[in-house]
Design a protein around this ligand. Structure first.
Ligand code: NAD
Ligand code: ZN
Length: 377
């Protein structure tokens, strides 16, 4: 490639500060260093976690940054020591790495890699090192990925090589939302055949959780959202019952308890709201109910009455659906290509990188499930 070893100047949407629209800028992307890969981003989804950082978390130390962490692309060049990737390979950037060597990678029950930015940078939501500059300033790489850019540089421990025939403008969704919700149901909750489930929040993450419950054999799946427009889609993914908490004058946990003879076997919170987290736990049946936190928030404490857990319920959380990222994403791509999991049905809008602020607004107002930004050919 003519660009290998050189700085690439390209378009990116920069978030200069919290609570402000992203700005289209020309940024400089440095060549990959030891163990790193420079990727030409082809397509990316917009996930609520991008909005969380911009409008909710708003930690100033996490700016300026290039958001986007649900992308897919093609390898442009590789740094010294990279042998598993070559220019032209199709890849998905991973917001949690899998180095394969740390204590966490070696432990079978977790996907938290010690070399990931998630180790100790939840506040700024990125590793302090970056290969991006703009107007003479370093620009952070959000969640280690930064897919709202034509090019990005990522360590090889956070890149998955995928099937050559995979459609990048769809499998990009496996870089976050769909793997997250699906895995939260099949891995973290461990949904069992014949069980009764409730999913709170029917964005892409929640709908993917519904799909996971269905694929795991759940017999009844309650889809819970305050936006009833989402119910039609939830049915497509396998939901059987639809509840709007605002339509009742008692807590939704009581409504669910009455409808299920005491509560659901599994509940998944896919909103990112501590009150909904509590409500999802309270909706589980005593004795064995399992509730999983999937929605992202780190701004305040959450609470529940101790008897909720003393009575035998389990409260868990899930990052990236519990999937060990580098091993699992190529398999999920194959599962999509063989029809085992859906992706196309999540996509409601297709846009260009220049329209990123419109895509963000669509999510804010609840009008989309997933918008895909086509970044380059
Ligand atoms: P989204 O904005 O598309 O969907 C959120 C849904 O929740 C919407 O349909 C909204 O109407 C609904 N909702 C809002 N308040 C509600 C309430 N009180 N009760 C019921 N439903 C309510 O978001 P998304 O992209 O699907 O992401 C969902 C959550 O998952 C976000 O918090 C996101 O940050 C988080 N997330 C977590 C991980 C992880 O690894 N744990 C990964 C990706 C996303
Ligand atoms: Zn995400």
């Amino acid at each position: 490639m003519a660009t290998a070893g050189k700085v690439i100047k390209c378009r990116a949407a920069v978030a200069w500060e919290p609570n402000a629209p992203l700005m289209m800028e020309e940024i400089e992307v440095a060549p990959p260093q030891e163990g790193e890969i420079r990727i030409k981003v082809v397509a990316t989804g917009v996930c609520h976690t991008d909005l969380y950082h911009l409008f909710e978390g708003k930690d100033k130390r996490g700016f300026p940054t290039v958001l986007g962490h649900e992308g897919a692309g093609v390898v442009e060049s590789v740094g010294p020591g990279v042998t598993d990737f070559k220019p032209g390979d199709k890849v998905i950037p991973l917001f949690i790495s899998q180095c394969g060597e740390c204590r966490f990678c070696k432990y079978p029950k977790t996907n938290l890699c010690d070399r990931s930015w998630t180790s100790n940078n939840y506040d700024i939501m990125s590793d302090p090192t970056t290969r991006f500059t703009c107007r003479g300033q370093p620009i952070l790489q959000f969640m280690g990925t930064s897919t709202f850019s034509e090019y990005t540089v990522i360590n090889q421990i956070a890149v998955a090589k995928i099937h050559d025939d995979a459609p990048l403008d769809r499998v990009c969704l496996l870089g976050c939302g769909i793997a997250t919700g699906y895995g939260a149901a099949v891995n973290t909750a461990g949904v069992t055949p014949g069980s009764v489930c409730a999913v709170f929040g029917l964005g892409a993450v929640g709908l993917a959780a519904v799909m996971g419950c269905k694929n795991a054999g759940a017999s009844r799946i309650f889809a819970v959202d305050i936006n009833e427009q989402k119910f039609k889609k939830a049915k497509v993914f396998g939901a059987t019952d639809f509840l709007n908490p605002k339509a009742y004058n008692k807590p939704i946990s009581e409504v669910l308890a009455e409808m299920t003879n005491g509560g659901v076997d599994f509940s998944l919170e896919c909103v990112g709201n501590t009150e909904v987290m509590r409500s999802a736990l309270e909706s589980c049946v005593k004795g064995w109910g399992v509730s999983v936190l999937v929605g992202w928030t780190d701004m305040k404490d959450f609470s529940a009455r101790p008897i909720q857990l003393i009575s035998g319920k389990t409260w868990k959380g899930s990052l990236f659906g519990g999937f060990k990222s580098k091993d699992s994403v190529p398999k999920l791509v194959r599962d999509y290509m063989s029809g085992k999991i859906k992706l196309d049905e999540f996509i409601t809008h297709k846009m260009s990188l220049e329209q990123v602020n419109d895509a963000i607004n669509l999510m804010k107002t609840g009008e989309c499930i997933r918008s895909i930004l086509n970044i380059s050919k």
